[in-house]
Every structure is written in structure tokens, then in C-alpha cells.
Design a protein around this ligand. Structure first.
Ligand code: AMP
Ligand code: MG
Length: 306
């Protein structure tokens, strides 16, 4: 309790919150300038992202209906683009992911966090990468300009990255560095960078002619800070979605409404991704653990004070 109060009262947190505030303003300005519509997030729904890693269930029963806490808004992002007048959308989306306790050592996991979750209609991964490259440089420049005193107090020197950010293929990195390639390349890197092609959830598009190649990506922070964003081009064909759900042994009944929409051929062709806000602030302010950048830390396995 004493530690939690000192944390809230610390000057370090004052500086970190100023940096976060500037970064959030820069994100919203960039979105507005690029005609990306902001919509309000939801936090309870019958169907949510399955996630492809172990975690605990977070759901409630309300009037007899089971509602899951949002793990990501991927399915809702796709559905929102059913509106013919909306081509680009984003949400400041609170996610509840009851991660396993061992992840507290990673320094970058919380069990509640926020991502800026973006989806663009009729665009490709190349378009998305370019869009996010621009966003990152915009945020860096704005934060550097507005928060020079705070960054100095935090001992953090930030250099706006050169564009385009480098793009790697996961297979090449695996061959060169082994399974732990993400951490190794992140340690070595001076600027954020992209890695293409990961086997993940059913909704990321797999190449039909080249099975096992996924048109998706991660963006990583340099200096060992690791993953910043995940996303990809999405599946839109019902048969592919069902095939991939079955391949992942997904219980199809959990995606009843989504599958009804896809069976009518309505899922739009989209690309997108989610950038973790707390991880971004951790990087911008040069903090070791993500707990240090959150007012009310939700670290996996740790007891919550406030
Ligand atoms: P995902 O699509 O699952 O990779 O989530 C999108 C982004 O949210 C990631 O790239 C991270 O920046 C962030 N994120 C995911 N899980 C967590 C977590 N447990 N704690 C903090 N940030 C997270
Ligand atoms: Mg990810």
C-alpha cells in the first residue's frame, strides 16, 4: 500500500504521464489528419479474440448470456467496416487478458492494458506499414518537441527513426538467430522495425498459393524493448475462416454471429493492427518494467493494490 501511494506521488510518474499525454494527442491528431474515424470501444461481448496463447477466462453471465471481456477488438473492427461510409477506423481499446503469472518477469505484460486498434478497408499490408511508419515518426517528433524537459528528467534520449522502417521476414531471422529471433534483433536494433509472417489466429490471412505464409506482421521496439504492434491482412472468405478455425480446434459455436456474417460474404477485405499504449510509453520513457508507466499497475500474478 505504501509503495503504491509513493508510486502515484512520484515525480517520475508525473514526467511519464506527460509523455503519455503528448503521445496520445499525437496519435489522435495523426488519425484525424488521415481521416481515420475514432469509435468507442466495447468491453463485454459474446464473441471476442480467441488469442493464441494460454490465459485464464474472463467472462460474466448477464441475463443468461455469457459475455467475454474484450481481449482485442479484432472482430468488432471488421464488423465496424461493414458501414459503407467508413473505410478507416480506430479504437482506444481496453483489453482484459488474464495472462499467466510467469509473464510478470517479461517487463512488458499487464493483464489490463490499452491498445490503439486500427483497421483499414481495401488496403494491403504495404499500405498499413507505411501508415504506421508515419505514425511512429509523428509521435516521436511531437513527444521530443513537447516533452524535452520530461525526457531529460527521465534521462531518455530519443532519436526519430529514419523511414521506411526496416522489414524482415521471420523465416530469415529464424534461420540466422534461432527461435529467440525477436528478442535478439530487438536488442541489436537502433530503430523500430517490422517482421513479416507469423502463424497466428484464424483471422490473419494465409496465402492460398503458398500455404504456411501469413500476410501479417509485428512491429518491434529497438533496444530490447520487444513487441510493439501485431496485425495483418485479414481473412474475409467464409470457407477459409472455417478451415482455419478447424485447424486451430476452435469451437465454432463460440463464433456463431461472426460466422453468420462471413457466410453471407459480408466480411470486408481489411488490414490492420494494434499498438500497445503502455508498451509504447515504456519505450518512449525508457522504463525497465511496464508497471512503472501505469498509474494502477495490473501485473500478471501480482495482487492488485488499487
Ligand atoms: P496482440 O495483437 O495480441 O499482439 O496485441 C496487440 C498489442 O497490444 C501488442 O503488440 C502489444 O503492444 C500489446 N499487448 C498485448 N498483450 C499485452 C499485455 N499483456 N500487456 C501489455 N500490452 C500488451
Ligand atoms: Mg502480438
Amino acid at each position: 500500500m505504501h509503495d503504491a501511494v509513493s508510486h502515484i506521488r512520484s515525480e517520475k510518474l508525473t514526467n511519464i504521464l506527460s509523455v503519455q499525454s503528448a503521445a496520445l494527442k499525437a496519435i489522435h491528431d495523426y488519425m484525424y489528419d488521415h481521416d481515420v474515424v475514432q469509435a468507442m470501444p466495447i468491453i463485454l461481448s459474446p464473441e471476442t479474440d480467441p488469442l493464441n496463447h494460454p490465459h485464464f477466462d474472463a467472462s460474466v453471465v448477464y441475463y443468461g448470456q455469457k459475455l467475454h471481456m474484450t481481449k482485442s477488438m479484432i472482430l468488432h473492427k471488421q464488423l465496424s467496416l461493414l458501414n459503407d461510409g467508413v473505410d478507416k477506423i480506430y479504437f482506444m481499446s481496453p483489453n482484459v487478458r488474464l495472462e499467466e503469472g510467469h509473464l510478470k518477469e517479461s517487463g512488458r505484460h499487464l493483464f489490463e492494458f490499452t491498445q490503439v486498434d486500427i483497421e483499414l478497408k481495401n488496403k494491403t499490408k504495404k499500405d498499413f506499414v507505411k501508415f504506421v511508419d508515419g505514425l511512429i515518426v509523428y509521435v516521436f517528433r511531437f513527444v521530443k518537441r513537447e516533452c524535452s524537459d520530461e525526457l531529460k528528467a527521465l534521462n531518455r534520449v530519443l532519436a526519430a527513426p529514419k523511414l521506411p522502417l526496416r522489414i524482415y521476414e521471420s523465416e530469415d531471422l529464424k534461420t540466422k538467430y534461432g527461435e529467440n529471433f525477436e528478442s535478439i534483433v530487438s536488442e541489436k536494433a537502433k530503430d523500430p522495425f517490422w517482421i513479416m509472417n507469423f502463424k497466428r489466429e484464424f483471422y490473419d490471412r494465409e496465402d492460398k498459393k503458398r500455404r504456411g505464409y501469413y500476410h501479417n506482421y509485428d512491429m518491434l521496439w529497438p533496444e530490447g524493448y520487444g513487441e510493439a504492434l501485431s496485425g495483418g491482412e485479414r481473412e474475409w472468405e467464409h470457407e477459409e475462416i472455417v478451415r482455419k478455425m478447424n485447424e486451430r480446434k476452435t469451437d465454432l459455436s463460440r463464433y456463431d454471429m461472426y460466422l453468420k456474417v462471413s457466410s453471407q460474404g459480408l466480411i470486408p477485405k481489411t488490414v490492420g493492427g494494434g499498438l500497445g499504449i503502455e508498451r509504447m510509453v515504456r519505450f518512449l520513457t525508457g522504463q525497465k518494467h511496464i508497471r512503472d508507466v501505469t498509474l494502477f499497475p495490473r501485473v500478471p500474478g501480482e495482487k492488485i493494490v488499487f
